[in-house]
Unconditional design. Structure first.
Lengths: 220, 220
């Protein structure tokens, strides 16, 4: 369940268990580099997996959305969720097809989402989300008004039952395959930001802010 | 359910319904640009969401994995799955916090995964997966042997009940916010490949293959 006690039976990495990581520091580093999660929930026995943005504050993950969405309508009933964050780092080209792999870091969190009811905590949750994605943007934007806050729900998921799975490094081939005549190695993959595109109606005398001009998720 | 009949009640985009897309051509273009999906399934009422690679062949999606994994152990019982593919295209910076958004293209497929039993179809499924991720790699690698094929399961998910959700373009602000003095626009995001890193034990006389040297998912 936590750093001290190790994974729960539900979050223990079963396959390639040497890739399992359970310490909060590593898990939080992955969560802080990412900002898109995939939220899993169940409606009438059918799983749904929906991508959404998130922010972390301490031992809580916050997601938000319209109260009108299918996800929010279901999650605010306090049903179990699985939140998964995946960072893709590269393609791993082995000599054998079988040993091809990916370099990645992923986190799985099991828990229950609760709607943030307290207005001050809700505003703080939205602030957390905004700053997690684009630090510095909040204060430069037009602040949310009451109507907008009403139309938005913030959900809190405590980071209690979790695990990470990490694979990095070169291909690992069977010993007898190292003489096989094919190129082997890693193609690194990275999410990069391109030059910001100003909105046509953006005033020309407003410079591109630094957080947009040099956007990067790299925290390593 | 399909191009002709529109979305099912389960795949209809509820929130921001103008972003819903239901034609196979658009959906397949998204599926063909991506290669990592998030698979959702339910065990004892608890949803799990696991990232994995996939390949598309016609109207089927194939995923694979070790028969020993939690996902495969559960999926081969023929339980309902949700497969979600998300391509992130940019951060959308509006004048108001409330109208901040992301540019993205995502696909949700609901269905049931079946284990590919026929050995020829299984090999074909693994070939599809490999070529989907890295076209040209299969023939240059050491082919799978019987033991490896036994340790690998391939699963087929028919693409029957699906929808996509797409947001592109500049921020859309409330009319009265356009005069608000802050930069507004889009920070484009893109997954890029860096220069391949040869394995230390890679023979120096083997050149980096073109599919690794100029790797790109761009299909647009």
């Amino acid at each position: 369940m936590s750093q001290a006690t190790g994974p729960s039976p539900r979050t223990r990495v079963v396959r390639e268990s040497e890739r399992g990581v359970y310490d909060r520091e590593t898990v939080y580093r992955i969560l802080d580099e990412g900002f898109i999660c995939h939220v899993g929930f169940v409606v009438d026995g059918q799983p749904f997996v929906i991508p959404t943005s998130y922010g972390r504050s301490g031992d809580n993950l916050y997601i938000h959305g319209s109260a009108a969405s299918r996800m929010l309508r279901n999650l605010d009933r306090g049903i179990p969720v699985c939140i998964t964050v995946t960072l893709l780092d590269g393609l791993v080209l082995a000599r054998s097809i079988f040993n091809h792999s990916m370099n990645y870091r992923s986190v799985v969190i099991l828990g229950t989402a609760s709607v943030v009811q307290d207005p001050a905590e809700k505003l703080e949750a939205l602030h957390t989300l905004s700053e997690h994605i684009l630090r510095g943007r909040w204060t430069e934007s037009r602040q949310p008004n009451e109507k907008e806050l009403k139309a938005t729900s913030a959900l809190r998921v405590p980071i209690e039952e979790f695990s990470a799975k990490v694979r990095q490094g070169p291909p690992i081939d069977d010993e007898e395959d190292y003489s096989f005549r094919t190129w082997a190695g890693v193609v690194p993959l990275e999410m990069v930001a391109r030059a910001p595109i100003p909105d046509e109606r953006c005033r020309h005398d407003i410079p591109v802010p630094q957080y947009a001009a040099s956007y990067s998720r790299q925290r390593r």
